[in-house]
Design a protein around this ligand. Structure first.
Ligand code: C2E
Ligand code: MG
Ligand code: MG
Length: 574
């Protein structure tokens, strides 16, 4: 039943209106002045208000203005009723947002018509609003590109599925499927092609779901993030089943996509969380799956990881270190240690490798193997890396000032630092500032970094080479070098990874690799440094080859600069 509020100070008219409207089937409330009308409007929230203009307390215009100011009555239709039929009044009422204006005395039928018109109009407005709300709801819950549920709807469904799993004592699983290197595709092929590929991926997943026979009622597919899909498996009796499904999903993404640019391979990494165990609500379960997905991605992509509690600890540790790294440099917690590099034929120290050390205020010593990757992903690396180059050059200058013979210092470059356009300038500036002969500075990049960038690497190495610095390939043997590339890199030194040196005496395979690498390097005209030499027998083995230099605990650990200088001094004195 529609509700109508009548605001009228003349009792006779008020009663008349009330009876007339009740007869028509409306529910009617009344108020004897504007102020009472305003209160009644808020209290009963009528579908329509009929109000007189000339009233004590608050007149009709003031009432109208007040109603339009209130969220609850902002859109309620108002019909003004008055004996004053001057054009001026009419305009004023309309300007304030009156919906109709009926002069007194009025014909019953005229008034009823006006009431109906206004109520119909309001109803149409309500329907439009409802439709728009539904539309917004859809936009809020579905992804436009693939038509799949988005993050919001996924969460809602997950919540329902979790409640049902709880009551039936069943498990459920969330599998997040992240496309490997999707941003690279987007960058190189353009957004449109990227979208096309995502649609194809969604299609594959839909098809997969249709082909799967055992389906829980809450099973569903979603696209919670741009390059991440989610599969919810409900009513799970055996968690083993999830591993099988994951395998099938991985398979699904090992197939190439057909694009106008040709076949395109985009693999997927999978992160899985299980309920109960990995989270008590939808949010937590998704976060766990996300953590597992990140672990799968950082293992190199194309992998599947189940969430483990330890991942949380690891993630928060990383975050803490990440935060502390911001201040580490300015607090003077970072320094360079120097590990001697020795020429095999003479036994002389011919150089040092500069290795970063972080003396953390509460954690003590943090290994560079731990904090360099964090700096690399957290963006501190450029600052740290530039500092290392500067600091090594400063140290070289200091040693020279103290009268030591010039020595070579090798500085490690991280992957991002290597790709940074300003790298050459940074190196040149440090050399110039401390007046260092360029050949005294060696820059190390790992085999992995070199291979990641193929042709680009050749360019960058040539630019560095032009400065006159020496270039070394670090951790050789750990990446999958294409020998064709290595030959085209303008390298001076190849560093054999410690893993091979470690097993030199026990593993004939590793011994063979070391022998082959030394031969290869020499044939390319490069010098070889064996890393991680700990035993005299390892040194003997290397001595029998044409290996030029070595470094390792056998001779010395990395040392603070003043201790390394004592070393150098001894070498010179000998
Ligand atoms: P890396 O460049 O391969 O450095 C050699 C690592 O082997 C050093 O570890 C060194 O202390 C260690 N080592 C040397 N001799 C021996 C030995 O006889 N036995 C064993 N077991 N280990 C030996 P460290 O100092 O912990 O550095 C680890 C890695 O962190 C380095 O590997 C390098 O990749 C990275 N790193 C260190 N300093 C920097 C830096 O300033 N910048 C960048 N980008 N990376 C750095
Ligand atoms: Mg190194
Ligand atoms: Mg190394």
């Amino acid at each position: 039943m529609k509700k109508i509020l009548v605001v009228e100070d003349e009792t006779a008219i008020r009663n008349n209106l009330q009876i007339m409207l009740r007869v028509e089937g409306y529910e009617v409330f009344t108020a004897a002045n504007g102020l009472a009308g305003r209160i009644a409007a808020l209290e009963h929230q009528p579908d329509l208000i009929i109000s007189d203009i000339m009233m004590p307390e608050l007149d009709g215009f003031e009432l109208l203005a007040a109603l339009r100011n209130e969220t609850l009555t902002m859109h309620t239709p108002v019909i003004l009723l008055t004996a004053r039929t001057e054009r001026q009044d009419f305009r004023q009422g309309m300007a304030l947002g009156a919906d109709d204006y009926i002069p007194k005395p009025f014909e019953h039928q005229d008034l009823l018509n006006a009431v109906r018109t206004q109520l119909d109009k309001a109803e149409r407005h309500r329907q439009t609003t409802a439709r728009l709300a539904a539309q917004a709801q859809r936009l809020l819950h579905y992804d436009k590109l693939t038509g799949l549920p988005n993050q919001n709807l996924l969460k809602e469904r997950l919540q329902v599925a979790m409640a049902s799993a709880r009551s039936q004592n069943l498990r459920l699983a969330v599998i997040l499927i992240g496309l490997d290197g999707f941003s690279r595709i987007n960058d190189s092929l353009g957004r449109a092609r990227g979208d096309e590929l995502l649609s194809q991926a969604a299609q594959r997943l839909r098809h997969h779901l249709e082909q799967t026979f055992i389906v829980g009622v809450h099973d569903s597919l979603a696209r919670p993030e741009s390059d991440v899909f989610a599969l919810l498996i409900s009513e799970l009796a055996d968690p083993e089943y999830v591993a099988e499904r994951a395998l099938i999903l991985s398979e699904l993404f090992s197939q190439p996509y057909m694009t106008p640019a040709g076949e395109q391979f985009v693999g997927a990494s999978l992160g899985i969380s299980l309920y109960p165990g990995d989270g008590d609500d939808a949010e937590a379960l998704l976060t766990s799956a996300g953590t597992a997905l990140r672990a799968a991605k950082s293992a190199g992509g194309g992998q599947t990881r189940f969430y483990e509690q330890a991942m949380n600890v690891e993630a928060s540790e990383r975050l803490a270190l990440h935060n502390d790294l911001f201040r580490a440099l300015e607090r003077g917690e970072i320094s360079l240690f120097y590990q001697p590099q020795i020429a095999l034929h003479s036994g002389q120290v011919v150089g040092f490798e500069a290795l970063m050390r972080w003396q953390h205020s509460t954690r003590g010593f943090v290994s560079p193997a731990r904090f360099i990757p964090i700096a690399e992903s957290g963006g501190h690396i450029l600052q740290l890396g530039a500092w290392a180059i500067d600091e090594a050059c400063r140290q070289l200058a200091e040693w020279r000032e103290h009268g030591y013979a010039p020595v070579r210092v090798a500085v490690n470059l991280s992957a991002r630092q290597f790709l940074q356009p300003g790298l050459t300038d940074c190196v040149a500036a440090a050399l110039a500032q401390y007046k260092i002969p360029p050949a005294c500075l060696e820059l190390e990049i790992t085999e992995g970094t070199a291979m990641q960038n193929g042709e680009g690497t050749i360019d960058i190495l040539h630019k560095l080479k032009q400065l006159g610095v020496k270039l070394a390939l670090d951790d050789f043997g750990t990446g999958y070098s294409s020998l064709a590339y290595i030959k085209r890199f303008p390298l001076d030194v190849l560093k054999i990874d410690q893993a091979f040196v470690r097993n030199l005496l026990t593993d004939p395979g590793d011994a063979a690799i070391v022998r082959a690498v030394v031969a290869l390097a020499n044939s390319f005209g490069m010098s070889v440094i064996a890393e991680g030499v700990e035993l005299p027998e390892q040194l003997d083995f290397l001595n029998a080859l044409d290996c030029a230099e070595y470094q390792g605990f056998l001779f010395s650990k990395p040392l603070p600069a003043h201790e390394a200088a004592r070393f150098l001094f001894k070498e010179i004195a000998r």
